[in-house]
Design a protein around this ligand. Structure first.
Ligand code: GLY
Ligand code: MN
Length: 460
């Protein structure tokens, strides 16, 4: 946990950016897998963690902007809970650690909100992403559950996004730690992989390292010989000589901050010539994208910098053709790069995606609906304090290639016969994490091995 001054300062800054009213922050509850007492690992809501730090279920908090107060609502543990799950300090003792001196039973939040509503005061809350939170808010606010999302406060949402988008030094230090563990996860995987091994063995080892470091993985592990599937969470294949392995995984620290890295490496000890060709093209795209990072530069431009390298490289291979500017505008590169170059990262691996990419990554500007570009999560001009990932990729997705060929999408820019020769290739992605600084960007965490030479040195 950070110091109580950190949490108090964050709440005061938030309150200062709003005109008045109550701000309601529900914490997350346990989430049952198959019956009430058999739950997924508990994960606190990131906004609750940011302002109130408490990493336990069944607490909520209210900031009264007009009175300048903060209250944490929670019940003391029952003897049954203590017997089965263990004890915790009292709610007041836990609240004191985050600078909150006013604590009340959980049920009292209803009285506080009812009094504010009766007085005609604004009650601000963020759009919920869990059904139980939606039902709780509906009950609290006298709404139908279906009305809750629309009643969320855009003023609060924008204030939270503006604050959480800029990482403080102590947050950056925490993210550095997350990335350090993430690099260790990748190095271990690159070293251990061999033909005959199962993808699940790699997934198990990287999860072990994340947990042993005191946290967990920050999102479901992608560990696959089918890296052409962008978010492939199945670990069901046996690895063979000649396969290309894509690992996309990161650690989350005990405080909840994420790392997010991707690596691609041959299951054989060396890249084949074919693998090396595409691998080095992806790496060149990533290096160019990283060099483009600077305050004031729209991340959309960073995205197109990398896309240009990929398109021109594939043009050299005879897979693409035509004018590069026209092709990029038409989205032709999306046949092999159907996603975005990166995203914000912080307490969430896709930071605040629950609050909407339009606000987090686009500063309120509408997103493109073009295939490929619609999946760019971040486009706004970069600012010092932003933490972003850079992860352009090259993916040969047979179904997408066949679809575009059949309906002639971007046919003036794609040699489908040449593209088809790569249909069994798989996918390549390298991903690193960066802090935007006053004059450029700093790579977070230690160096991740990713040149061909570095990868092959780790492969034995
Ligand atoms: N690393 C997973 C993602 O960025 O979506
Ligand atoms: Mn990522």
């Amino acid at each position: 946990m950070f110091s109580k001054e950190t949490y108090t300062g964050r709440r005061e800054a938030l309150a200062a950016s709003l005109d008045g009213g109550l701000l309601v922050f529900p914490g997350n509850n346990e989430s049952p897998m198959n019956y009430a007492d058999n739950c997924y690992d508990f994960r606190q809501d990131s906004t609750f963690l940011y302002y109130f730090g408490l990493n336990q279920p069944e607490v909520a908090a209210v900031v009264d902007v007009d009175a300048g107060t903060a209250t944490i609502f929670g019940d003391e543990l029952s003897i049954d809970h203590i017997v089965w799950m263990g004890d915790l300090p009292t709610v007041a003792e836990r609240a004191e650690k985050v600078g909150v001196s006013d604590t009340r039973p959980f049920g009292a939040v209803a009285d506080v909100v009812a009094a504010a509503r009766a007085a005609g005061r604004a009650v601000h809350y963020l759009p919920p992403y869990r059904a139980d939170t939606t039902l709780w808010l509906a009950d609290l606010l006298g709404m139908a559950p279906a009305e809750v999302a629309d009643g969320a406060s855009l003023d609060l949402l924008r204030a939270v996004v503006d604050q959480r988008n800029i990482k403080s030094d102590e947050e950056v230090a925490e993210i550095d730690r997350a990335v350090e563990t993430s690099v260790a996860m990748h190095v271990a995987a690159i070293r251990m992989a061999h033909p005959g091994m199962n993808e699940a063995e790699i997934a198990a080892e990287v999860a072990r390292i994340a947990k042993a470091a005191g946290g967990r993985t920050s999102f479901p592990i992608i560990a696959t010989i089918h890296g052409e599937t962008l978010h492939n969470h199945a670990h069901v294949n046996q690895m063979s000589d000649g396969d290309l392995f894509l690992l996309d995984t990161g650690a989350e620290t005990a405080l909840g901050y994420a790392g997010d890295l991707s690596s691609t490496f041959p299951v054989s000890e060396r890249f084949s010539e074919r693998q090396r060709t595409i691998y080095e093209l992806q790496l060149a795209s990533q290096v160019a994208s990283v060099e483009a990072l600077a305050p004031g530069v729209p991340f959309r431009d960073v995205h197109f910098t990398g896309a240009r390298v990929i398109f021109d490289g594939l043009k050299d291979l005879g897979i693409m053709k035509g004018d590069t500017d026209e092709a990029l505008a038409a989205g032709a590169h999306a046949v092999v790069f159907p996603c975005g170059t990166g995203h914000m990262m912080g307490l969430d691996v896709h930071d605040m995606e629950n609050l909407g990419e339009v606000w987090v990554g686009y500063a309120g500007e509408p997103k493109s609906t073009q295939f490929g570009l619609k999946s760019l999560r971040l486009a706004r001009p970069l600012e010092p304090g932003f933490v972003v990932t850079v992860e352009p990729g090259i993916y040969f997705i047979p179904q997408l290639m066949d679809l575009w060929r059949a309906d002639g999408t971007c046919a003036e820019f794609i040699n489908f016969d040449e593209l088809d020769k790569w249909r069994d290739f798989g996918g390549v992605r390298n991903e690193e994490d960066f802090l935007i600084t006053a004059d450029g960007a700093r790579r977070l965490g230690p160096h991740k091995p990713q040149t061909v030479e570095e990868i092959e040195a780790l492969r034995g």
